[in-house]
Design a protein around this ligand. Structure first.
Ligand SMILES: Cc1cc2nc3c(=O)[nH]c(=O)nc-3n(C[C@H](O)[C@H](O)[C@H](O)COP(=O)(O)OP(=O)(O)OC[C@H]3O[C@@H](n4cnc5c(N)ncnc54)[C@H](O)[C@@H]3O)c2cc1C
Length: 454
């Protein structure tokens, strides 16, 4: 477009921004998407250990909630994406190490049976536990998506759950979401029941794009944006959102280039919003501060190349600590053969820790050693077989959308023309990658409607 003028500018080339720009092109708009890294989808990147590709995310799509967002986008834009099913879940508890495979459980009866199998003491509360889970599963998903700011703990208490039952349900869900138990009190009803329904009841599906979520999903969607007439500026960082008379009118880049549009959509991840929005609109300050709390968590992803076959089963292992908190998740990656040197095993493990944990636990190396010790229990011979390893950490944590604190509004009332279309803005329609994609795509519709009133 002449003079860098667009219908809309989307800031941030994660899955939220890419899905937003893609949906805009399908709505007949010509967006500019700005991505500070040399290619889109940096959060979804792999960790290379030599020539082995340590895939991190298994993107979620909400198959049971209307068929999902990015999945349907891929179909509508006819993008050649190849997805492989993720591994099923297995739970185990430190000390006991007995493994319990978790099948897809659509009903409260099946879930209650599983909980009682894991913790036989729960037989005593089987009937009220079953009733409670049934209530959670019966909430229509559209209503659940509106319950992002309702506390799960308070909801459970309101339903008459006793303290022990509340703790049990919260511990179960924080394990499924791989978030620290300290965050359990912050879970929303959306995060709580949505998490269980997504991960256990089959309402969501985890997949592994070939070759990884960045190159196999985010980048192909970005190419489709360009094919459909959108523009992408790669490797260029937005310095500020430009306003004129209190209205958002465009952006200025770090190199001084300007671009203008009647709508500016932010998908940078909430913690980074203050860097490009000064002053911060009053209605978003609380939500930004809230999401910054979760960014302070320390996530550590360890990818180990094993010189021989040690992992005998393709599962996603959820390792619970003795106090019911999530210790780590561990899983094989070599099951996706393009990722791993033939004859080797490649594994991943992730821990999410409260801020300051690396210091208090003797540094990252010491945490890696502890994670390896857990993997040794899952896969005897693991430590001896380690040939090489790599670690990855992220700035943008995944849990804020599932927590009940303040959220970013889609439309910024105090700055006309400004929209929030990323993870942690509402409304949303799914979990994890899907929460970001759904926010981006709903954002595209909100902007289109504002620009061309019906
Ligand atoms: C360790 C880990 C494991 C996860 N596992 C899963 C999983 O298994 N399944 C799943 O579905 N989800 C998973 N997630 C969650 C998922 O990765 C996120 O929900 C999703 O990637 C968020 O996308 P986003 O577009 O909202 O944010 P981001 O991916 O953070 O995108 C924001 C983008 O904005 C860019 N940006 C910021 N400021 C500027 C600026 N000034 N100018 C230009 N660009 C800017 C950043 O570079 C970034 O690319 C995981 C997340 C983590 C961290």
């Amino acid at each position: 477009m002449p003079n860098n003028q667009y219908n809309a500018i989307v800031v941030g080339g994660g899955i939220a921004g890419v899905a937003c720009a893609a949906e805009m092109t399908l709505l007949g708009m010509r967006p500019l998407l700005v991505c500070e890294t040399k290619e889109v989808g940096s959060t979804l990147r792999s960790c290379w250990v030599g020539s082995n590709r340590g895939i991190q995310q298994h993107p979620e799509f909400q198959v049971g909630w209307g068929g999902g967002w990015w999945y349907k986008l891929v179909r509508r834009m006819d993008i050649p994406v190849k997805l492989h099913p993720s591994h099923p879940l297995t739970a185990t508890v430190v000390g006991d190490w007995t493994e319990l495979d978790i099948p897809i459980l659509p009903s409260a009866s099946g879930i209650t049976d599983l909980i009682c199998a894991m913790q036989p003491a729960m037989e005593e509360i089987r009937a009220p536990l079953h009733r409670l889970i049934h209530q959670g599963l019966m909430i229509p998903y559209e209503e659940l998506c509106d319950m992002t700011q309702v506390s799960m703990e308070e909801w459970l208490l309101e339903q008459g759950a006793e303290g022990a039952m509340v703790s049990l349900v919260l511990s179960l869900i924080t394990n499924l979401l791989a978030v620290p138990i300290d965050d359990a009190k912050e879970l929303s009803v959306f995060g709580g029941w949505g998490g269980l329904r997504t991960m256990v009841c089959g309402e969501g599906m985890l997949v592994v794009p070939d070759p990884d979520p960045r190159e196999g999903l985010c980048v192909p969607i970005a190419h489709a944006v360009e094919r459909y007439g959108g523009e992408i500026w790669r490797g260029r960082k937005v310095a500020n959102v430009v306003t004129d008379g209190g209205r958002a009118t465009g952006i200025v880049m770090e190199d001084g280039t300007e671009a203008s549009a009647p709508a500016v959509a932010i998908a940078t991840g909430n913690p980074r919003i203050p860097a490009i929005l000064d002053p911060l609109p009053p209605e978003v300050a609380e939500a930004v501060a809230y999401s910054q709390r979760f960014v302070a968590k320390e996530d550590l992803n360890v990818y180990s190349v094993l010189e021989r076959e040690v992992v005998k089963r393709d599962r996603l292992w959820i390792v619970m600590d003795t106090d019911g908190s999530n210790l780590q998740w561990s899983w094989p990656i070599h099951s996706y053969p393009w990722t791993t040197t033939p004859g080797k095993n490649l594994t991943a493990a992730i821990r999410t820790l409260p801020p300051g944990s690396f210091d208090s636990q003797g540094g990252i190396e010491s945490v890696v050693t502890k994670m390896n010790e857990v993997d040794e229990h899952l896969w005897p011979g693991f430590i001896d077989a380690i040939e090489d390893y790599g670690v990855l950490q992220h700035k943008h944590h995944w849990s804020a959308p599932q927590m009940c604190g303040p959220k970013m509004p889609r439309v910024c009332e105090s700055v006309p023309g400004l929209y929030f279309v990323g993870d942690g803005s509402i409304p949303i329609g799914g979990f994890f990658v899907e929460s970001a994609a759904s926010a981006g795509m709903m954002g595209a519709h909100a902007i289109k409607e504002a620009l061309v009133p019906a």
